[in-house]
Ligand binder design. Sequence first.
Ligand code: NAI
Length: 780
Amino acid sequence: MSVAEIFETMEYGPAPEDARPALDWIASHGGRFGCHIDGRFADPGEAFATRNPATGDALAEVTQAAPADIGAAIAAARRAQKGWEAMGGPGRARILYALARLVQKQSRLFAVLETLDTGKPIRESRDIDIPLVARHFYYHAGMAQLMPEALPDARALGVCGQVIPWNFPLLMLSWKVAPALAMGNTVVLKPAEWTPLTALLFADLAGQAGLPPGVLNIVTGDGAVGEALVAAPVDKIAFTGSTPVGRAIRRATAGTGKALSLELGGKSPYIVFDDADIDSAVEGLVDAIWFNGGQVCCAGSRLLVHEGIADDLHNRLRARMDRLRIGDPLDKCIDMGAIADPVQAGRIAAMVEDAPGEVYRPATPLPERGAWCAPTLITGLHPSDRLMQEEIFGPVLVGTTFRTPDEAASLANNTRYGLAATVWTENVNLALDIAPKLHSGIVWVNGTNMMDAAAGFGGVKESGFGREGGWEGLRGYVRTGDPGQKLQPVAAVPAPDEARADALDRTAKLYIGGRQARPDGGYSRAVWGRDGRLLGHAGLANRKDVRNAVEAARGAAAWSRTTGHARAQILYFIAENLDARAAEFAARLRDMTGAGDNDARAEVAASVDRLFTWAAWADKHDGAVKGVPIRGVALAMNEPLGVIGQFAPDTAPLLGLVAIVAPAIAMGNRAVTVASQPFPLAATDFYQVLDTSDLPGGVVNILTGDHAELAPHLAGHADVDACWSFSSSDISAVIERESAGNLKRTWVNNGHARDWSRADSAAFLAHSTEIKTVWVPYGE
Ligand code: NAI
């Protein structure tokens, strides 16, 4: 056949990759694997088969880890951790470099084994997965090298339990293992039951790179093993997988003090405007939804296309689909391989059965053996159709049309997920106007599914929290500062046996939407001074008040779009107005807490100073530009989270309040803040300062009442985006557990005190913002 004929028919191939070296490696272990613990394979236990989904043939037998395996793996990791951390960043960097080189040296073996176990095309495992694995280890070797200088206060968390899915087995391992190890942690990792082999190969070879025994341990098995690992005595859980399991893990770790990062599902929009280069948008769609058979958490699975070009784009897309080559994943000419497991293929088929809309599938026959699914396009759907809302996790693109950019953004955001979004347009103004409006952790402009070790990856809303990659990814693997003293519950001043005669009976109302509001239940409690005086009454907020406050905060969304400069002005104004009433506030603190005169004045002065600090930060928490080895740059933009529910510390009733409200609003969030439970009147005085400082109504809402009673309502509210607690009441666990509903971010004290004399800017900046990574074309 001549080259000209090949171009005409595209009938090239097949060009199969040789599977033998990978099969030989399996055979060299007798085809049966135990867990890899403390630098060696443990004896195999109760086993299950892992299969090649393209053929259904068994590849190997893998152990269903028993509790003893998990215990041994954690013990090994614990033993190894001190030495690994003590080796120092540069020492660990050498080993991470060596691991990167090892992956490159063995890249063919890894790629072939990955393709055998997952069914993904060798073109992808060879050109994308494995090179990105090496890149991750190189990049994080650099992070280990720089750690002493760049992160001098950071220390390892300890032992990390990591649970990963089956769509990018070795790549997900590298995303989890490289930063953990770089920062001096040790790891127990559970690969997915369908795809455990490359993790075992990696652990098998890692000793050659000098990785000490026990630093990385692999336990294999199904979800029950994952569940046991989550429950085991580890310091952190990092999980990638489905949203329901992420939610279960959030509940299981609530109140344990374990750090947690969750990278969950998505239903990412792929928006094509009418000025887009349609052919490149079509080619982008091939990468968006047929890459790895659409089994990609950030897959561009929801096509939103400008009405005027919809027919044209759909026609070109159908023509392109007809040319997709589906078949033997080891064939280098294949575009789409098998689905990872017949179970997953069955789930996809069940979801698209009886689909509404117009369904298109190419006529190309699928292989008879194995797990397959045809590339599918379903157009003309209603935005609320199940297929437009639920993750299919297969090669199924669903879509609808829009008329205006605003409609595109609102359709894009009409989902409980918020992982990624793609914008296709030749108009840079339009692209950069839409990017900030999209509720997602990642936005790609005129490109899609781009990932790199330097660029943060992770979602918002029910796509989870935490970032992987970049400096921001390291935050999830280090601790800074000491945990602080154990916090003793702070009780309110009890009613005196005999009240003093000069009692002033004023009931402080709640502050909702910029107005004073009577508590819904009509209850209040007396606040007594240390000297037996009745200082007033404070309202007892209930669930309905929480709802009203959250609604007011949601209504104040415009605050999140104001400039940092404008927010700074208002914070300075609040500071000035507080300063003007310093004596009055000091007297209040003295009366409520019994603080000495100097201490009370010092708390007010510190509060004024803290407001100045956050006014200063309001326009300075700049993002970053990440150099990525792909044409373009990745912008790391710090965005507000939205509505933050807060439980103020019980001590330092004014400074503690200011210390948590000011950073939140400085970064563009709106706050629903529950004041110090025993000493609420500093907060109710403070809203009078807010009233005179041009702060728009609803940006700060102040409730008073019982922390334990309000915690489940605020933490469980679906319109609250994050929940913090510095309370001395024991509410950390309930907040973490209730947050699982919409998977909001939490920041709780787990019963530890905090030094409110320090602004602790880095921590508050990180907890008040979310990084959105925006990939834009740049340079050659
Ligand atoms: P899954 O979330 O059940 O599995 C992911 C990992 O979690 C596996 O290693 C599994 O063994 C483990 N696991 C399962 N239950 C666990 C538990 N209770 N505690 C701890 N670990 C547990 O995902 P599955 O069932 O394999 O796929 C179901 C759906 O999830 C897919 O159709 C897809 O929609 C979504 N998914 C999303 C992924 C993503 O990257 N966002 C990856 C894999 C699946």
